[in-house]
Design a protein around this ligand. Structure first.
Ligand SMILES: NC(=O)c1ccc[n+]([C@@H]2O[C@H](COP(=O)([O-])OP(=O)(O)OC[C@H]3O[C@@H](n4cnc5c(N)ncnc54)[C@H](O)[C@@H]3O)[C@@H](O)[C@H]2O)c1
Ligand SMILES: O=c1ccn([C@@H]2O[C@H](COP(=O)(O)OP(=O)(O)O[C@H]3O[C@H](CO)[C@H](O)[C@H](O)[C@H]3O)[C@@H](O)[C@H]2O)c(=O)[nH]1
Length: 328
């Protein structure tokens, strides 16, 4: 059985939907940002906090857990700067409690959701896993701390792990039944689509004076279904014992500027945006684009879906079941 922590969140719920056909799945989530309705009904759903020792004891005693996939975190960069304690408590301290219980119950296979934010402001155009990590906010630091703890646990206790550093996750499952539903929403693509649905008056572009061809930030957008595929491949490699301690980037290897993303949303939807150009958002690197060659060479995974696929799937979900938000 696979324990998926944070499996009621955006990326976790997509993973659960992809994994339940292959494995028995148990989801642990306290619904701070997740929604029970996103969790595939074939999975066992336990409401609880990953930092709660009693809950973890109960889960590990009750179910034969083969591996843990850990998606649960607070993940708003700006909030992490203002409330670092919240981030260190949930992302680091609670994760240490989980790791302690995993060692207690001899569960030694772990997949961890990390982030491009561990790289900070890289000096290279294409980021690979050798690019120095230098996070510039508590969110990124909290993720890097766990990566370092995993390395120590591997050496000391034989914990086997794969860290997956996602770039910008976006898009929705092909079925249109689950999608990205953060509250509050801060991510670019859902914000543009909500605006095009009339739920927001305009879309703000944060900064037009970056050192990029059109002056707006460039990001590497990766379809959530491609992320799911990568997790399942990584899990299989861990279970087969092919990998004991590995870190991989997950991106498309292609960068799109904020203006290009808006243009693609207009193309896909056939609708016109109203844009407001504002000052830079603090802490945004100009360009974050991944090389995912390492995971291709070692595990054979490569992103298959384009930005157009991403936006088309997200639009389908937003149109059919997207949460309705009032205009503001
Ligand atoms: N969305 C992205 O673009 C992106 C990029 C890089 C990394 N990540 C990482 O991927 C992971 C998933 O991101 P997401 O966008 O799906 O976020 P999300 O907020 O939708 O999902 C996180 C889930 O974890 C749960 N959770 C949080 N703290 C918990 C706790 N203490 N105990 C139990 N459950 C808890 C939440 O209720 C939620 O269901 C996070 O770790 C995030 O840092 C996301
Ligand atoms: O209303 C908006 C929202 C975003 N942006 C811009 O769009 C780009 C993408 O922003 P998102 O908020 O969608 O995503 P981030 O790149 O800030 O964040 C993502 O990558 C980070 C790593 O750098 C973290 O991993 C985080 O969890 C993940 O969502 C940025 O340049 C941002 O400034 C706008 O112009 N207007």
């Amino acid at each position: 059985m696979i324990l998926v922590i944070g499996g009621a969140g955006y990326i976790g719920s997509h993973l659960v939907k992809g994994l339940v056909d292959k494995k028995q799945v148990i989801v642990l989530d306290q619904f701070s940002t997740g929604h029970g309705a996103l969790v595939d009904r074939r999975a066992v759903l336990v409401e609880g906090d990953l930092g709660n020792e009693d809950v973890l004891d109960s889960v590990f005693r009750t179910y034969p857990i083969e591996a843990v996939m850990h998606f649960a975190a607070h993940s708003l960069v700006g909030e992490s700067v203002v409330e670092p304690l919240k981030y260190y408590e949930n992302n680091v301290v609670a994760t240490c409690t989980l790791l302690k219980k995993m060692m207690k119950y001899d569960v030694k296979k772990f997949i961890f959701s990390s982030t491009a934010a561990t790289y900070g402001i890289p000096k290279v155009d294409i980021i690979n896993e050798e690019t120095p990590t230098n996070p510039i906010n508590p969110y990124g630091r909290s993720k890097l701390m766990i990566e370092q703890i995993l390395e120590d646990f591997n050496k000391a206790y034989g914990l086997e792990y794969i860290v997956l550093r996602y770039f910008n996750a976006a898009g929705a499952d092909d079925s249109g039944s689950i999608g990205e539903d953060h509250h509050p929403e801060t991510h670019l693509i859902p914000l543009i689509l909500k605006h095009l649905l009339g739920q927001r008056e305009k879309i703000s572009v944060f900064g037009t004076d970056y050192d990029t061809p059109d002056g707006t930030c460039i990001r590497d957008y990766i379809h959530v279904t491609d992320l799911v595929d990568a997790h399942i491949i990584a899990l299989e490699a861990l279970i087969k014992g092919e990998k004991q301690a590995a870190i991989y980037n997950l991106g498309n290897g292609v960068g799109f500027s904020v203006k290009e993303v808006i243009a693609m949303c207009e193309k896909v939807t056939g609708l016109k945006t109203k844009i407001e150009f504002t000052k830079r958002r603090e802490g945004d690197p100009a360009r974050l684009v991944a090389s995912s060659d390492k995971i291709y060479e070692e595990l054979g995974w490569r992103a298959k879906r384009s930005l157009e696929n991403i936006i088309t799937s997200a639009w389908k979900w937003h149109c059919v079941v997207g949460s309705s938000e009032s205009k503001h």
